[in-house]
Design a protein around this ligand. Structure first.
Ligand SMILES: [Fe+2]
Ligand SMILES: [Fe+2]
Length: 131
């Protein structure tokens, strides 16, 4: 696997763990507001992010690459209203879509069509994630 691709997939694994924390932070915010439906949604989303992290991690392992974990920054969840919280989630998912687009661009320039194929479901999934 080309170093550039390896580095991007490793980064994405860590981004997905970060996404988990973003949704858990939102979950605690909604809980504090007594908005248990929103809380459930945030927790379900957090679980999905863990699944994404695992898929990226397992892909590296399937390609006999080392997984490199990096420190996960604390999520910024300084929201005061539900609208702000939902906007934070949307902005975050837009960042994720941009990271995934970076991977797709790199797989194309590095001619790594295996990783290109692997990452396609994530490209499509981001439609739901940004909804
Ligand atoms: Fe994700
Ligand atoms: Fe997501």
């Amino acid at each position: 696997m080309k170093p550039k691709i390896l580095s991007l997939i490793n980064q994405q694994t860590n981004h997905e763990y970060y996404s988990y924390f973003v949704y858990m932070a939102l979950s605690t915010f909604f809980e504090r507001c007594g908005l248990f439906g929103f809380q459930k949604w945030a927790e379900k989303s957090a679980g999905e992010e863990l699944n994404h992290a695992r898929r990226f991690m397992e892909y590296l392992q399937d390609r006999t690459q080392m997984v490199e974990f990096s420190p996960i920054p604390a999520p910024d969840c300084s929201c005061n209203t539900v609208l702000e919280a939902l906007d934070l989630a949307l902005k975050h998912e837009q960042r994720v879509s941009a990271w995934i687009a970076d991977i797709v661009a790199a797989t194309s320039s590095e001619r790594d069509y295996t990783t290109f194929a692997f990452v396609q479901p994530f490209v499509v999934e981001q439609i739901e994630e940004e909804k």
